[in-house]
Write a protein that binds this ligand. Structure first.
Ligand code: B3K
Ligand code: ZN
Length: 877
C-alpha cells in the first residue's frame, strides 16, 4: 500500500495567489533527446496579500518532472542557496513587489507517456495542459486564476517539424543553424496556463475563412498528418456553423484573426479548447464517408462546436479554481447540446443525452465517487472531469434556462460575459448574473451545485369530477452520498402535460411548468373536464428519477399520443423496462420468459403507423441498454437482464418480421452518401430494422451480409458488420468472421476505423469474450500506448460487455485489475477511468461484490498514482 497518501484539496481553503504573472515569455527548444524550456515571468505581488513595508511572501511555483538548469531574478543568476526545490516545485524569495524571474529547464517529451504536459504523438510534439499539465513544461503558478499574456518562441528541426504552432498570432519567424528554424507566437488575450498549447510536426492543413457578423475575416485551419488531409471538410463545416450559431444565439463573436485545430492520435480525451489552437483527438475531428459512421459525423460536429464555444465560456471568462469546472463545462455542454439540437433532430438529441445521463451519470451519482456539480474536495482534479460536472452540470444550466425562459437567460448570459470578460470567476458569479438579469431568485436552486445524488420524485394524483380539479401530489427526496448524509429539498422544474382520452393536450399552451420546492407539494389544475393521463417531466425538465404509478395501458397510450416527443420515447422505454423487469425473476426461477401483450400491441401500433419521423421511430425501436437496466436494478442480475433483453428483442423480431422488412426496404437511400440529418435518420432506422431481421431469420443474416458488401458508406458497412458479429444465429458465425477479416484488411491503416473494429469485437457477448479480447491485445492492431485503442478494446469490454466482463468467476475483474495496475505506471488518467466498472461493486450480488473487492484491494497494494489512489480508496471505503 502506498504510504504517502495524496493530499485532499478543499474548496473552503481557496485563497487567491500571492503573485500575479502579467507576462509569460516562453522559449521552447525542441530536440529528440532533451528539450529546453526557458520561461521569463513578469511577476507582481498580489496587493491584497501584502502590505508595503512587510516582508514579501515567498513565491512558490509548481513544477513536476523538470530538471532545473538555472534561474535568474531581474537578470541575476540565483545561487544554490537562493532557491529551494520541493516536491511541489520551486520556491524563491521575491526581491521586490515586481520582478522578473527567468528559469531554464530540461524536459523529455519523448518519454512522457502520461500525455499530459508536452509529449510526442506519432513523431509530432503536442501539449495538453488542462488541468495541471503546464507544470510539466515549466515552473509556474499553475492555477486558473493566474491569467497572463503569453508569447512563445518555438525552435526545432526544419525537416522533421516544418510546422510550429502556438496560441494567438504568428508574429515572426526565422532560420537557424544546423537545419533548425523558429517561429514566434503572441496571444494578446490574458489566459491561465491550462489554455497554453504548442504543436510541432510535419503537418498539412486545410484552410478556410469565416467572416464575423462585424465583418472581420477569420482564417480557419485544420492541421493533420498528410495521410488524413481528405478527412477535414466536415470539421471545418461544423466549425463555421458553430461560429455562426454562437453569434446568433449568444451574440458571441470570435476574437483572434486565426483559429486553428490540430488532430492528434494520442490524446487522453476528446479535445481541448486551447486559445486559438484547439487540439483534438483524431477520432473526434477526422471524417470521410468511407471511414466514419453517422454517429462520428455527429460527434465531430458536437465536439468542434463545444471546443469553439469554450472561447467565451471558459477562455474569455474562465474558472477561478478547479472546483468551478462545471462553470465552463456544464455551460458549454448545454451550449453544444442546443447547437446540435438546432442542427439535427431536437428530440433525438435530447433522447441521446438523457440516455447517457440516466445510464452513466446516475450510476456515478449512486457510486463511491459521487460528488456535487461543484465538488467541495478532490485529491486529483483529473478524476473530476466527470459526467456529473459535464452532463449533470449541463442539465443544471438547462433548468435555469427553463426557469428563466430563453429571453431572460440570454440577458443573463450577456451580463455574465460582459461583466466577467477577462476574469477567472465562480459558479456563484454565473448564477448571480442569471438572477440579476431575470429578477428570479435562485437561492434554493443553488443546491443543485452543492448536493450530490440523483433526487427521487414520486407523484400521485387525484381528480374531483364535481369541481373539475385535478391535483398532482409530489414528494421529493435524495439518497445519501459520500460525505452528505441528509439533503435539503431541491428547486425542481417539472414540465407537466395532461392528456384527455383522445390523447389531446388539455392544458392551455399544452405544458405547465410546476416548480417543486418543498419535500411534499400538491399542485392543482382547475377546469379539467375529465380525469387526465399526466405526462410528467416533459423533455426531461430536471435530472431526477421520477415515478408515477402508470398502468401498462397508460404507458402505451402516452407512447402513441403524447405531444411531447421525448415523453413518447420515455413511455416506450418505461413500458419495455416494466416488461423486462418482470422477466428477470422468471429467468432466475427458471420459468419461460414471457413478453406481456400490451407491449406487443404498442409496438404493433408503432410499426403500423405511417413513419412521420424516422429518427424518432428508431429511438423507440432500440430497447433499453443493459447498462441502463443495471443502473435501475439492485442487485444487478447480469445474466437475467441479458437473457430478458435478448428474449424481448427476439420476440419483436419474430412477431414483426414483415414490418421490419418494410421499414428496411422503405428506408433505402439512393445516390452518394450525405451526412445530413434526414439521411442519417433513414440510415439509422434501416439499420435498426436490419438488426431485428438478422435476429429473426437466416434470410435476415444474409441481408446483413449483402449490405456489408454493397455499402457505399461506413455507417451501413459497420452496422452490417456489427449486426453479424452480435447475431446469435449459427448462420452468422462464418459470415461475421470473414467480414471482420475483410474489414481489417481494407482498413488496417486507418486508426479510427480500427477503433470501430476493436470495439465491435469487444462488445460481442458470445461465449469466450475475455479470451477474444486478450487475443486482440496481442494483435498488431492494438497499441497499449494509445488511449483510443485502450478505450475501444478494454474500456468497451468492461463497460459494455456485461456477460463477458462478469463471467468466469471474476476472471474479467482480474483482467481489468491487471491492466489498470500496469497502465497506472504509464498513464494514470486513463488507468483511473478504465477502473470505473470495478467501482460499481456495491450494485452486484454478494459473491460478485466480493470478487470485485478483492481486485480493488489487489490494485491498492501497489504504489499508485494520485488518480488511481483516489478512485480505488474511495471505492473500498
Ligand atoms: N477542457 C477539456 C478537458 C480537459 C480534461 C483534462 N483532464 C476538454 C473539454 O471539455 O472541452
Ligand atoms: Zn469542455
Amino acid at each position: 500500500m502506498k504510504d504517502a497518501q495524496p493530499r485532499t484539496i478543499y474548496l473552503k481553503d481557496y485563497r487567491a495567489p500571492d503573485y500575479w504573472i502579467d507576462r509569460t515569455d516562453l522559449k521552447v527548444d525542441l530536440h529528440e533527446g532533451q528539450s529546453r524550456v526557458e520561461a521569463t515571468l513578469s511577476l507582481r505581488v498580489n496587493e491584497a496579500h501584502w502590505t508595503p513595508g512587510q516582508p514579501l511572501p515567498p513565491l512558490e511555483l509548481q513544477g513536476s518532472e523538470l530538471v532545473l538548469e538555472g534561474a535568474w531574478v531581474d537578470g541575476v543568476a540565483l545561487g544554490a542557496d537562493e532557491y529551494q526545490l520541493t516536491e511541489q516545485g520551486l520556491v524563491i524569495q521575491a526581491p521586490s513587489a515586481r520582478f522578473e524571474l527567468r528559469t531554464r529547464c530540461r524536459i523529455e517529451p519523448q518519454n512522457n507517456t502520461s500525455l499530459e504536459g508536452l509529449y510526442k504523438s506519432n513523431g509530432m510534439f503536442c501539449t495538453q495542459c488542462e488541468a495541471e499539465g503546464f507544470r510539466k513544461i515549466t515552473y509556474y503558478l499553475d492555477r486558473p486564476d493566474v491569467m497572463s499574456v503569453f508569447s512563445c518562441r518555438i525552435s526545432a528541426d526544419q525537416i522533421r517539424y516544418p510546422v510550429l504552432l502556438s496560441n494567438g498570432n504568428e508574429i515572426d519567424r526565422g532560420v537557424l543553424e544546423e537545419g533548425r528554424h523558429w517561429v514566434q507566437w503572441h496571444d494578446p488575450f490574458p489566459k491561465p496556463a491550462y489554455l497554453f498549447a504548442l504543436v510541432a510536426g510535419d503537418l498539412q492543413h486545410v484552410s478556410d475563412q469565416f467572416v464575423t457578423r462585424s465583418g472581420r475575416t477569420v482564417t480557419l485551419q485544420l492541421y493533420t498528418e498528410p495521410r488524413n488531409i481528405g478527412k477535414c471538410d466536415h470539421a471545418i463545416d461544423s466549425l463555421k456553423r458553430a461560429m455562426r450559431w454562437d453569434e446568433e444565439v449568444y451574440g458571441r463573436e470570435y476574437d483572434l484573426d486565426i483559429f486553428m485545430i490540430v488532430a492528434v492520435d494520442h490524446f487522453n480525451m476528446g479535445a481541448m479548447e486551447n486559445k486559438g489552437l484547439n487540439i483534438f483527438n483524431s477520432s473526434c475531428v477526422l471524417a470521410s464517408a468511407d471511414t466514419a459512421t453517422d454517429a462520428s459525423f455527429q460527434r465531430i460536429e458536437a465536439i468542434v462546436a463545444h471546443e469553439y464555444f469554450h472561447n467565451w465560456s471558459g477562455n474569455r471568462v474562465t474558472c477561478r479554481d478547479w472546483f468551478q469546472l462545471s462553470l465552463k463545462e456544464g455551460f458549454t455542454v448545454f451550449r453544444d447540446a442546443e447547437f446540435s439540437a438546432d442542427m439535427n433532430s431536437r428530440a433525438v438529441k435530447r433522447i441521446e443525452d438523457v440516455s447517457l445521463l440516466r445510464t452513466a451519470q446516475f450510476a456515478e451519482d449512486a457510486g463511491p465517487m459521487a460528488h456535487p456539480v461543484r465538488p467541495d474536495s478532490y485529491m486529483e482534479i483529473s478524476n473530476f472531469y466527470t459526467l456529473t460536472v459535464y452532463e449533470k452540470g449541463a442539465e443544471v444550466v438547462r433548468m435555469i434556462h427553463r426557469l428563466l425562459g430563453a429571453e431572460a437567460f440570454r440577458r443573463g448570459s450577456d451580463l455574465y460575459f460582459e461583466r466577467h470578460d477577462g476574469q477567472a470567476v465562480t459558479v456563484e458569479d454565473f448564477v448571480r448574473a442569471m438572477e440579476e438579469a431575470s429578477g428570479i431568485d435562485l437561492t434554493q436552486f443553488r443546491r443543485w451545485y452543492e448536493q450530490a445524488g440523483t433526487p427521487r420524485v414520486t407523484v400521485s394524483d387525484s381528480y374531483d369530477s364535481a369541481s373539475g380539479r385535478y391535483s398532482l401530489h409530489f414528494s421529493q427526496s435524495c439518497p445519501a452520498t459520500p460525505g452528505q448524509v441528509s439533503k435539503l429539498p431541491f428547486h425542481i422544474p417539472i414540465a407537466v402535460g395532461l392528456l384527455d382520452a383522445e390523447g389531446h393536450d388539455l392544458l392551455p399552451d399544452s405544458t405547465r411548468l410546476v416548480e417543486l420546492t418543498e419535500a411534499q407539494q400538491t399542485v392543482h389544475f382547475e377546469a379539467i373536464s375529465e380525469r387526465p393521463v399526466p405526462s410528467l417531466l416533459r423533455g426531461f425538465s430536471a435530472p431526477v428519477k421520477l415515478s408515477y404509478d402508470y398502468s401498462d395501458a397508460q404507458l402505451a397510450f402516452l407512447m402513441a399520443n403524447d405531444s411531447d416527443a421525448f415523453n413518447r420515447w420515455d413511455a416506450s422505454q418505461q413500458l419495455c423496462v416494466r416488461v423486462l423487469q418482470r422477466m428477470v425473476p422468471q429467468y432466475l426461477e427458471g420459468t419461460p420468459l414471457k413478453v406481456d401483450g400490451v407491449l406487443t400491441e404498442a409496438f404493433s401500433a408503432l410499426l403500423r403507423a405511417p413513419v412521420s419521423d424516422p429518427a424518432a421511430l428508431e429511438t423507440m425501436l432500440v430497447l433499453p441498454a443493459e447498462a441502463y437496466l443495471a443502473e435501475i436494478s439492485e442487485p444487478v442480475e447480469v445474466e437475467a437482464i441479458h437473457a430478458a433483453r435478448e428474449a424481448l428483442a427476439n420476440h419483436l423480431a419474430e412477431r414483426f418480421a414483415p414490418e421490419f422488412e418494410h421499414l428496411y426496404r422503405d428506408s433505402q437511400l439512393e445516390g452518394a452518401y450525405q451526412p445530413t440529418a434526414e439521411h442519417m435518420a433513414l440510415r439509422s432506422l434501416k439499420n435498426a430494422a436490419l438488426g431485428y431481421l438478422a435476429r429473426g431469420s437466416d434470410a435476415g443474416v444474409e441481408l446483413a451480409h449483402q449490405q456489408y458488401r454493397a455499402a457505399n458508406n461506413m455507417t451501413d458497412r459497420f452496422r452490417a458488420l456489427a449486426t453479424l458479429v452480435h447475431c446469435e444465429r449459427g448462420s452468422a458465425r462464418a459470415l461475421a468472421k470473414s467480414c471482420l477479416q475483410d474489414f481489417y484488411d481494407n482498413f488496417k491503416n486507418d486508426p479510427q476505423v480500427i477503433e470501430l473494429w476493436l470495439s465491435v469485437q469487444a462488445s460481442c457477448q458470445r461465449d469466450g469474450a475475455l479470451e477474444r479480447v486478450q487475443a486482440l491485445m496481442a494483435h498488431e492492431a492494438f497499441d497499449a500506448g494509445n488511449p483510443n485503442k485502450l478505450r475501444s478494446l478494454i474500456g468497451v469490454f468492461c463497460s459494455q460487455n456485461s456477460i463477458g466482463f462478469h463471467s468466469g468467476e471474476g476472471a474479467g475483474y482480474r483482467f481489468l485489475a491487471d491492466q489498470v495496475i500496469e497502465l497506472d505506471q504509464r498513464n494514470p488518467q486513463i488507468a483511473s477511468r478504465l477502473v470505473t466498472p470495478l467501482t460499481r461493486l456495491r450494485k452486484y450480488p454478494a459473491a460478485r461484490q466480493q470478487q470485485m473487492r478483492e481486485q480493488l484491494q489487489r490494485i491498492f497494494t501497489h504504489s499508485l498514482s494520485p488518480d488511481l489512489y483516489e478512485v480505488v480508496s474511495k471505492s473500498l471505503q
